[in-house]
Ligand binder design. Structure first.
Ligand SMILES: Nc1ncnc2c1ncn2[C@@H]1O[C@H](COP(=O)(O)OP(=O)(O)OP(=O)(O)O)[C@@H](O)[C@H]1O
Ligand SMILES: [Mg+2]
Length: 251
């Protein structure tokens, strides 16, 4: 189980002012469950993933993995403990080929395995294996490569940050199947999908709704989805007609 206790993350807004981008987050992720995190843009979802991965350090609060305090451990240490994160906007790698990145992630040079991983994310090995993993790959191609790298590492606590972003409709179906299928096949893994996609939300055991740097709701898809629909309608009316006060949108 991974647990966050009162985790607050602050960052500079560029004007010398510190903003709280995560505010006293209390959240636990149980082993064996698949979670979806959703919420409005800028609500703190990627920041939550980054504080779990050790990319952001909390100003306050503690993180625990299976009861062990990991708050002051580095990104590398967390990766070795089995935490993995596929970025919303993956960084590009100049001078490295697709096959190099996948062999590093898979810790071997088994071509069969690398080709299989490429196929799983809908990239034809013949066309991609020798290509440079730099800015010449399209957004969707790189997103799929990033997911293949995470699948290769097979961490026990895995966070996908908007795996659907920029991915075409044909590949989306395949990715949803791969992510949910991997999760089901490994009872000791925890999968977290940050998403704006209803299909991912419905595939999850639990939805966490984040906004304004806080966890607003959590529960089953059946319980949370109607709230999200209400909230979307509420926001729409607020911006378009002002029939409802914004304060009514979030409980
Ligand atoms: N390193 C940083 N420095 C300053 N502000 C940051 C930093 N990282 C995130 N923020 C701010 O924190 C807020 C939450 O950002 P975050 O990326 O976590 O949102 P998100 O929920 O992932 O949004 P989206 O759905 O658009 O991906 C935003 O207002 C963002 O500008
Ligand atoms: Mg994000």
């Amino acid at each position: 189980m991974l647990k966050l206790e009162n985790v607050t993350v602050a960052a500079s807004n560029g004007d010398g002012e510190e903003l709280e981008i995560l505010n006293k987050i209390n959240l636990s992720f149980e082993t064996g469950k698949m979670y979806a995190i959703t919420g409005p843009n800028g609500g703190g979802k990627s920041s939550l993933a980054k504080v779990i991965m050790g990319i952001y350090q909390p100003a306050e609060g503690r993180l625990y993995l299976d009861g062990k305090d990991i708050t002051s451990t580095s990104i590398t240490e967390r990766a070795l403990m089995g935490i993995g994160y596929a970025f919303q906007n993956p960084p590009r790698f100049k001078g490295l080929k697709v096959k190099d990145l996948l062999s590093i992630a898979a810790s071997n040079r088994d071509h069969g395995n690398i080709e299989r991983l490429l196929r799983v994310v809908g990239l034809c090995p013949r066309d991609y294996i020798d290509r440079e993993a730099d800015a010449r790959l399209s957004g969707g191609e790189f997103k799929r490569l990033e997911i293949a790298m995470l699948l290769a590492r097979n961490p026990r606590f895995v966070i996908y940050d908007e795996p659907e972003a920029g991915v075409d409709l044909w590949t989306f179906e395949q990715l949803l199947g791969v992510i949910a299928g991997r999760h089901k096949a490994n009872a000791s893994s925890t999968t977290v999908v940050i998403t704006h996609n209803e299909r991912f939300l419905r595939a999850a055991d639990e939805i966490v709704l984040m906004a304004e740097g806080e966890v607003k709701e959590r529960g089953s898809a059946d319980a949370i989805w109607p709230m999200i629909e209400d909230d979307i309608a509420c926001r729409w009316r607020t911006t378009c007609g002002g029939e409802l006060d914004e304060a009514e949108c979030y409980r």
